[in-house]
Design a protein around this ligand. Structure first.
Ligand code: ADP
Ligand code: ADP
Length: 223
């Protein structure tokens, strides 16, 4: 069963006087539960593809269906709701709020939902346990290691129970031991929890954790 169906997708950015083709007529199917890695040189369109799938960016032409929904057809507020419910984001730089504890960072996406305090507490604690950080929930980001910060960010991405997790170079700022821990968590999420994980990476060792790897070259898919 496909969670993502992409057909003849192109993205053209206007840079002053010139048009830059970031994605050139891409078609791609992603199955539910896959751990897909996106590789390719800098500027090949990896982030653009990830952003379109996640509803952060819109295609210039073509179609991107996620769970049957043409995300580009949603208006801004529908898109924001859809994103909050269906997609978890993990970034290279963690993007945690420095003045909030691990617990409070993970709780943030739930403050936009109708869940009450007790329900939020249950989901936050479950997400922190899943990444092995229940004991660190009262720590601030600066009191955590980089690997622990990224695990908090994964818990935050998961706390709304999205089916789709997108990660842009999640191990780019980590030492190799922390990177392996984070990759192991992403792999478990896809294998055991049935999450679809899409990860951009430069590192072939990181890509090896995935179930399938695709390469982009100048906005086109290559094998
Ligand atoms: P990658 O993630 O593989 O490094 P990107 O998707 O970031 O590649 O970029 C692909 C191409 O699109 C590059 O030529 C980049 O300069 C261009 N691009 C990306 N985002 C923008 C933007 N917001 N405005 C203009 N050009 C952009
Ligand atoms: P403990 O930390 O021993 O679980 P606490 O009395 O500190 O006990 O917290 C009780 C519950 O409330 C815990 O499950 C905790 O995760 C949750 N909790 C609610 N809000 C917060 C918050 N802002 N920071 C940390 N924990 C919170």
């Amino acid at each position: 069963e496909n969670i993502v169906t992409i057909r003849n997708l192109s993205k053209i950015y206007r840079q002053g006087e010139i048009n830059v083709t970031a994605l050139d007529n891409i078609s791609l199917d992603i199955k539910a539960g896959e751990f897909l890695t996106l590789m390719g040189p800098s500027g090949s369109g990896k982030s653009t593809l990830l952003h379109i799938i996640a509803g952060i960016d819109r295609p210039t032409s073509g179609e991107c269906l996620v769970q049957g929904i043409d995300v580009a057809k949603l208006n801004e507020s529908e898109l924001a709701d859809w994103r909050n419910q269906n997609v978890g984001f993990v970034f290279q730089t963690f993007n945690l709020m420095p003045v909030l504890t691990a617990y409070e960072n993970v709780e943030l996406p739930l403050l936009l939902t109708k869940l009450n305090r007790k329900q939020r507490q249950h989901q936050v604690n479950t997400a922190l346990e899943l990444v092995g950080l229940a004991e660190r929930k009262h720590h601030l980001p600066r009191q955590l290691s980089g690997g622990q910060e990224q695990r908090v960010a994964i818990a935050r991405a998961l706390v709304t129970s999205p089916n789709l997790l997108v990660a842009d170079e999640p191990t780019g700022n980590l030492d190799s031991a922390s990177a392996q821990e984070v990759l192991g968590i992403l792999q478990t999420l896809s294998k055991d929890a049935g999450k679809t994980v899409i990860m951009v990476t430069h590192d072939p060792k990181a890509a090896a954790y995935g179930s399938r790897s695709i390469h982009l070259e100048k906005g086109e898919l290559s094998k």
